[in-house]
Design a protein. Sequence first.
Length: 141
Amino acid sequence: MKKHPSKKKAFTFIEVLAALAIVAMALVALIRLQLVSIDITDKTDLANHAALLADEKISQFLTHNILEPGTTRGSTNYKEHDFHWQTEVSSVIPSEMDPDDMDRLHRLRVDVNWQQGRHKKYFNLTTYTLNHNTHEIKTRK
């Protein structure tokens, strides 16, 4: 009886190269996905900062009861981005409101804009409030 030499079972060079190419393509896709994720996180962080800035400006106006009609502007820097803001206080006169109370209802609007890459981004926050001090003064007369 003749024995046949045993064939070793192994991967060929071509099979190893093909496997490495597939792994390399998967790694490139994962790295690209990670970069996109970082970019989205940065954009979200800037938008969140704009929202917090607008909320801060509204809080300042309401805390200090600055409800005289007018506009103020300013800017601030966050992570090498310039954020420009503008606040506008205006009186609101609904048709069913008593003319003596017309100066009580105010609209407070804050606009924030910043440059993000080649695009200019905008955020707006608006609230309505009653000027309670005006009402108290009128009722004391």
